[in-house]
Design a binder for this molecule. Sequence first.
Ligand code: ADP
Ligand code: MG
Length: 239
Amino acid sequence: VEQRIRESEKLAVVGELAAGVAHEIRNPLTTLKGFTQTMMNAPSSPEMKNYLNIMLDEIESINLITNEFMVLAKPHMTITASINVVPLIKQVTTLLTSQANLTNVIINSKFLIECGEIRGEKNQIKKMLVNLLKNAIEAMPEGGNVTVTATAGNTGNVLIYIKDEGIGMSSGELQQLGQPFYTTKKSGKGLGLFVSKKIIENHNGSVRFKSIPGEGTIVEISLPGLEETMKADNTPFIS
Ligand code: ADP
Ligand code: MG
């Protein structure tokens, strides 16, 4: 009997698989990193030192990729916590301030009225915000303003906007967003948006991008509010 798996189920399986593989890679990777670092302390020749440096760089690269996928693992708790988005956004902006400073980017946050709480996996939401905010910062290599706004939507949802004054994207580029490994950056991994979209999907939310080349980009994230997720019986976090 041929079974048709719905697209969303397929994606969920892919996410779980990627997270599982990433998790399994972590321990051996830590071992490799440790021994490589130990060897770095007494390299047998300058040539060897050069090889070891390359190995550490490559290990770090694997680390970055696995970290992106790790976050897709299903939370172990049956019901996840309520998250107040305002302190979380403050935490994330603080986290990225030093990176922003390097390229003269200023991060402003505006919190319009009580924008309420959402329910979900805090680490996932945090990761998603970090990924999107990083992209906003990286879109402005010559500096500028990033504005993060949080507000209450009309349907009990929480809306988060991340606006930058960066390089922007053409409609062709916009269409490719979220494809795994799609990147236009020299040292980009092209996983940030893929993972972020999946996180938003996991939380029954949605994301939209508006962009004008040379002018900037606005990302609009909508996440169901706490009340909404309490009512819904298909919340992914209840098992
Ligand atoms: P990475 O940042 O590693 O390239 P992402 O998945 O985070 O991977 O982003 C994929 C691509 O989407 C980027 O390389 C860039 O071309 C484009 N992009 C994402 N966010 C923005 C933005 N705010 N402004 C301009 N381009 C963006
Ligand atoms: Mg990115």
